[in-house]
Structure formats: C-alpha cells, structure tokens
Design a protein. Structure first.
Length: 515
C-alpha cells in the first residue's frame, strides 16, 4: 500500500499541475481561431503562458484545485478500504506540499479542515471489473465551473429557444442553453459532459462520467456522435468566447452519454468544465502498487513555449486597437473614471484579497486595513509558509465574482474601494455602485493562477486568517498584473453586452434540427 500511496500522490500532483495532451491540443486549436489583438486572443495567450509556468514550476494550474474525484476500477479481491486510506493520505500530503489548495469546508460551521479531507471528501468511487489491473482516474473540477452545471427536466421552456420536448431536438436545445447560461463564469472556453436520462443524481453522474472521455474520441452511438458534432459547431457561434470577452471559441469539447430512465422523468444533465480541465489516469499493478501506464497520452503534445513565441509575434503586429493603461494603486476617483470597458490595465502596487467570508465580515465590521482607494482582489490563493514563517504564493488566479454581488457595491462605498478584480463579472447592483461612487470592475483571466502568482512580488501581510487560507485577507504587492475593464463607472458592462448578443444568437437555433 505504501507504493500505491506514492502512485496516488504522483497522480494528484500531475493532474493538478499538467494539463493532459488532448486538452492542450484543444486550447491551441482555440487560440488559432482568434484574431491577434482581440481580448479573447490576449486571454488565451495568458492561459498558454500559465500552462507553461505550471509545467515548469510543477505548481497548480489553477488555485482552485476543486473537489478531487477518483473513479477506480479494481480486480476482484483488492482491498478497497486500504486503497481509500492510501488515497486520503496522498491527498493530505499533496495539500501540505502546496499542490492542492485546502478546499474542504464543513458545510455547517464553515471551518476549513486544512488538509482536503472531510465527510465525503475526496470523492472515491469503486467498481469491480474482470481485468487484472487497477484503473484510477482523477478529475479536479473547480467551483467556478461546477456552479455552472445545470439539469433540465423535459419538457421545459428555454429562454431564447422556446419549448424543449422529450426528444433528440429537445436535448439539443438544452445543451445549447447550458453553454449559453454558463457565459464566461465557468472560465470559458469550456468542455461539457452531458448525461441523458437516469434520475437527478445518476444523470449528473453520467454527465461527469463523459468528462473522462478523451476530447478526440468518437462517440460509438451514431445519433449522439452527430449531436456532439452539431453542438461543437453551433455553440461556438454564440460569441461568448474566452472568459466571456466575446470571440470565436466558447466550447472546446462536448461528450454525450445516454442511459435508461423511468417513463415519468426525462432529465438532461450537463457538467461544465473550465479550460483548466484537469483529469488524468493511471493503470496500477495490483501486486506492487506501481504505475504501469499513464492514460490520456495519445497524440501529439503541445510545446506552450513555442506557442507563446508565435502569439507574441502576431500580437506585436496587431495590438493597435486595444487601449493599455498602467495603474499604480492606490487609485483616485479621477483615474478610475477615465477607464472604459475594453481597456487593458496593468497594475502595480498593493491589492487585498477578499472573497465570501471577507465580504460578509466587512458588512458589519471595520476593515483591518485602510481600504480607501484600494483594490480588492476576489481570490483564494494557494499559500505556503516557509520555515522562517514567511508566506509564499503558489497559485493566485481570480475567483467567481458574482457570489459577492449582494455585498460589493455597499462595501465599495463604505470603505472607498476603487477597483474590484475577479472573473465572470457582476450584476446590476454593483454596476450602479460603480457609477455612483466611481469604481471599476476588472476581469482577470480565470484559471491563470501561475501567471498571477508571478505578478505578486511580495506578501506584505495577512488578516483574518481564522477564516482559512483561501478566505483570509492577503496583502499583496504586485507588478504588471494584467486585467480587462469589463464594467466601468459610466454604466457599461461587457458581460451584459455579451449576454444580450449571445441570447440573440441562441434564438437562431430555435427551429428543429433533429426530427
Ligand atoms: S479555471 Fe476558473 S472555473 Fe476552473 S477551477 Fe480555475 S477558477 Fe475555477
């Protein structure tokens, strides 16, 4: 079991730090479709740089290392209790080593267990089979995309698409709608797994199961193959693009599976996965616990260092249209009011992290530091403390901002905060507050945790660490931290614009296609 534990540790580290080949190829294909100089191209170049850095540093691709989910097939007679224990030990070790963020929170008390263990965490599912080796597959699926999963109960009425009936065409509409409703909030461009049939829980299970298929495989069911192809072609016409910035690629992969159902129920379940699609697998020798073979290794690999050189050449020819502005924090109202949707900003100076717990806290308490003119960064970083007690940032990309919508506007006004950085955009209440108070929302590139960790030059302090590492307020000094203005102080929101235009585009798919 010692060897098996070591093998599981290797699988966890590799999954968290290195994207599989099929996913890398899908990202490069997306990059080739975007015109240089656009926001989507800039976002994809940052993503490519981030993948390269994660490869080189053996550090988490994204700071949200998700809910570890293991799917294991074992020959008859293998001791599953011991395997479970070994996996839990490997998870705790990988967390201690900064390869996973402590992500397991008590649902009632809010307390973070600190080691990624807890009731039901990690998820480990066993199945027996006739083969003579153990097959272990792992997916690390973050919260931003998990929150965009959706389940439809047919028949139903869908925004933009009308009625979805209990047939293949109804299923088609549900899948297109699932991509539309995710917008950029699940860190598009994404991959979807679709489960047709089952009940509410087995439907989602089937949808997630599809995410274990290779991006390049071909569905053996001809009807589903055609549907997958149709979705890939047409979902990319919605114009949501990378991070919801608009663009040619919204979807990187679509895999559909079907199972039986009872006559009264007809569910279509969709599991949405971000571009940081971390899933890998290994074949294990049941006698020794050694890794015999790594899975998902077919096809060509992508050298992201070369891809970046190409992107830089193209961008230098074509960067003319985008306004680039350097900001030195703290910011004045005048500076902020000059910013417009679409501007690319490069930030130097201080920023303070704050997510769910901090926002709730600030509503009823004073801030631990003077936030006047400051920038709040929606981020739950992976941090490691060295032997001298100094903190180091291991991964620090943005988290989904919309969760802070009930608080954000009030908190900006109460403390004089001028800018908020996050991903996926915010709603009408925040937009109104930005206008009234003189504030701006900056969309960082979701999942680019290594890229942003590199922009952080020092950790100047931390407050409210009792909320746990991801939820504490970290004081970060940054250099050349790049983000895009997506909501400004003039009432403009790129998120609103993209949502509106993608809804119009969605409506063109209203007529039946599959009879
Ligand atoms: S890339 Fe985005 S959605 Fe995916 S885990 Fe990271 S923050 Fe979450």
């Amino acid at each position: 079991m010692e060897k098996f534990q070591e093998s599981m540790y290797q699988l966890i580290v590799e999954t968290s730090t290195k994207l599989p080949k099929d996913v890398r190829r899908a990202i490069v294909r997306a990059k080739a479709r975007e015109n240089a100089g656009t926001r989507a191209a800039m976002a994809l170049t940052t993503i490519a740089g981030n993948i390269k850095m994660a490869d080189e540093n053996v550090s988490p691709i994204c700071q949200d290392t998700g809910l570890p989910t293991f799917k294991i097939k074992v020959p008859v007679g293998v001791n599953q209790i011991k395997m479970k224990e070994a996996i839990r030990n490997a998870i705790a070790q990988a967390t201690k080593d900064g390869k996973l963020r402590p992500n397991s929170v008590d649902s009632l008390t809010g307390e973070n267990s600190g080691d990624n263990l807890g009731d039901g965490v990690p998820v480990i599912k066993f199945e027996q089979w006739e083969k003579d080796y153990i097959d272990v597959r792992l997916i690390l699926k973050g919260g931003g995309c998990e929150n965009k999963n959706i389940q439809y109960s047919l028949p139903c009425e869908l925004e933009g698409l009308g009625r979805a009936g209990r047939d293949l065409d109804g299923i088609r509409k549900c899948i297109l709608h699932a991509v539309y409703q995710a917008q950029g909030q699940g860190c598009s461009a994404g991959f979807i797994g679709v489960g047709i049939g089952g009940d509410r829980s087995s439907g989602y299970e089937l949808a997630k199961e599809q995410l274990f298929r290779s991006v390049d495989d071909i569905n053996p069911n001809e009807e589903l193959r055609q549907l997958e192809e149709y979705i890939m072609e047409n979902a990319n016409k919605l114009g949501i693009g990378t991070m919801g910035f608009g663009g040619e690629t919204t979807l990187l992969g679509c895999k559909i599976g079907a199972m039986h159902r009872i006559p009264a129920s007809f569910f279509v379940s969709v599991a949405y996965n971000c571009w940081a699609f971390r899933r890998l697998g290994v074949k294990i020798n049941p006698e020794t616990g050694d890794i015999q073979e790594w899975l998902y290794q077919e096809g060509e690999d992508v050298d992201f260092a070369k891809e970046l050189e190409k992107a830089e050449e193209k961008a230098s020819v074509n960067m003319g249209e985008t306004r680039e502005i350097v900001l030195e924090a703290p910011l004045t109202e005048e500076q902020v009011r000059q910013l417009k949707v679409g501007d690319v900003v490069r930030i130097n100076g201080m920023m303070y992290t704050g997510r769910d717990a901090i926002h709730k806290y600030l509503m009823d308490h004073d801030a631990p530091v003077d936030l006047n003119g400051q920038i709040i960064y929606h981020c739950g970083p992976v941090m490691l403390k060295d032997e001298e007690g100094k903190w180091h940032v291991k991964a620090a990309g943005p988290t989904t901002s919309i969760r802070e919508e009930p608080y954000q506007g009030d908190i900006m006004k109460k403390f004089g905060i001028r800018a908020v950085i996050g991903k996926g955009g915010m709603g009408a209440k925040t937009l109104a507050a930005l206008k009234e108070h003189g504030g701006v929302y900056l969309n960082a590139i979701g999942g680019a945790a290594q890229y942003y960790a590199d922009c952080i030059k020092s950790v100047e302090g931390v407050d409210l660490l009792e909320f746990g590492i991801p939820e504490a307020m970290w004081h970060l000094k940054v250099e050349n931290f790049t983000a895009v203005v997506t909501m400004d102080s003039h009432g403009n929101s790129l998120h609103e614009d993209v949502e509106k235009s993608s809804l119009e585009k969605l409506a063109q798919f209203k007529e039946p296609v599959f009879k």
